[in-house]
Design a protein around this ligand. Structure first.
Ligand code: HEM
Length: 411
């Protein structure tokens, strides 16, 4: 007879379950307590093990040769029948071993703290621009659609060195790729939509590569276009993989952190007041916001050799679902985990950026963005409150609020 916990396993793959964050977290809390490594069997998708505890997610990530990123990275993706089958465009997330090392090496230095610091001025300028825009809207706006969605994308475009007139197109493409499970966002709720979105990316970035090879500049696009592996230039599909991961991973993730963080602060006004009275607290609180929101809900891994964790032995071919969202609310590590606490001492121990070889390349930049926008906003606001119920994106991978109506007064 199935237990209640077995039934709860549907929360991991069901995009709709994420539209009720409190309900989702209540279910995940029970799973952590009753069956922290849960076998999930859902109709129409391959079975998987849900890994829900912080320590266990770390342990799986620490053993990257046993648990590979290829060939299944997100839940529900079919397992390819032919193991040698490769996707047409591969990003860092789909790579393992030496291939991952060589490709990560191309962009790694660019994202190091010393280099990212050079972005500070531009990031602050963009934060000010979007807060100015919010002020100009006159006291009411949708924080997601008017602010949170645009700011991180502008940062990414600046980083890559793309012109501002391409902003709208990039916004649409990244939203459609990552939010494709949400019918309000996707072009069509079918697989072909993903292909047509990808084709748009292909034609855009192929001409970008040609341009930066002919006229190299100091931007990140030039680093990618002119990179070599083993003395050979990258193919169009390889350069595309790099642009694709930076344009997509750098956008919705950070937008969701910023928008979701505001929901948390507005639902716990005493935390908002603390930050407003003391805006420099945001340097620390950025990690707490990322812990609490966990914009990347999961990644998948495939087991390559028998490996035991708790009372389970994974076998080759088993799929593991690393639930960052659950691990970040694990009360074994975080006291009172459902509470967003801007002074939480161990906030930086969250696993919202993953861990190990695939640790988020953009983590320093993402923190810089969260800090910049909140510092600007909270330093200038006299009052802000929810002006209606927030709604949440229907997606099981990268997810956060779809709309956060707010009413506010600037000083
Ligand atoms: C709050 C915002 C962000 C969150 C929550 C986030 C989260 C993550 C997570 C969970 C991973 C996988 C880590 C793992 O498997 O252990 C990842 C990988 C990655 N992220 Fe982020 N990310 C954010 C922002 C960014 C930004 C701003 C960029 C780039 C500009 C970026 C670029 C990447 C890249 C390139 C990878 C792949 C790294 C690899 O596979 O080696 N991310 N991110």
């Amino acid at each position: 007879m199935p237990t209640a916990t077995d039934d709860l396993g549907s929360i991991f793959a069901d995009a709709g379950a994420f539209t009720d964050p409190d309900g989702w977290h209540a279910a995940a809390q029970r799973i952590r307590a009753e069956a922290p490594i849960l076998r999930v069997t859902e109709p129409g998708i391959p079975d998987f093990w849900a890994i829900t505890k912080h320590a266990d997610v770390m342990e799986v990530e620490r053993n990257a040769d046993v648990f590979t990123n290829a060939p299944v990275t997100v839940v529900g993706q079919p397992v390819p029948a032919d193991a040698s089958e490769e996707p047409p465009v591969k990003t860092l997330i789909q790579m393992d071993g030496d291939e991952h090392k060589a490709n990560r090496g191309i962009v790694n230095d660019w994202f190091k703290p010393g280099n990212v610091k050079q972005m500070q001025e531009r990031v602050d300028e963009l934060a000010k621009h979007y807060v100015d825009q919010m002020e100009a809207l006159g006291g009411r706006c949708d924080f997601v659609n008017d602010v949170a969605l645009h700011f991180p994308l502008q940062v990414i475009l600046s980083l890559l060195g793309l012109p501002e007139e391409d902003f709208g197109r990039m916004l649409q493409l990244t939203q459609e790729l990552f939010g494709a499970e949400d019918p309000d966002i996707a072009r069509m709720a079918e697989d072909e939509s993903q292909i047509s979105v990808l084709l748009d990316f292909v034609s855009y970035f192929t001409s970008l590569t040609a341009d930066r090879r002919a006229h190299p500049t100091a931007d990140l696009a030039s680093v990618i276009a002119n990179a070599e592996i083993g003395g050979e230039p990258l193919s169009d599909m390889q350069t595309l993989g790099h642009y694709l991961i930076i344009a997509t991973a750098g956008h919705d993730t950070t937008s969701n952190a910023i928008g979701g963080g505001l929901v948390g602060l507005l639902q716990q006004p005493e935390q908002l007041e603390r930050l407003r009275a003391n805006p420099e607290l945001i340097d620390h609180a950025a990690d707490e916001i990322i812990r609490w929101v966990s914009p990347v809900k999961h990644f998948m891994r495939t087991c390559r050799e028998p490996f035991s964790l708790r009372d389970v032995t994974f076998e080759p071919g088993d799929l593991l679902y690393l639930s960052y969202a659950s691990a970040n609310r694990d009360d074994e590590l975080f006291a009172d985990p459902m509470h967003l606490d801007v002074t939480r001492e161990n906030a930086a121990s969250h696993i919202g950026f993953g861990f190990g070889r695939h640790f988020c390349l953009g983590a320093h930049l993402a923190r810089m963005e969260v800090r910049a926008i909140y510092r600007e906003l909270l330093g200038r606001l006299d009052h802000i409150e929810l002006d209606g119920e927030p709604t949440w994106i229907r997606a099981a991978f990268v997810q956060g609020p779809k709309s956060v109506p707010v009413a506010y007064r600037f000083r």
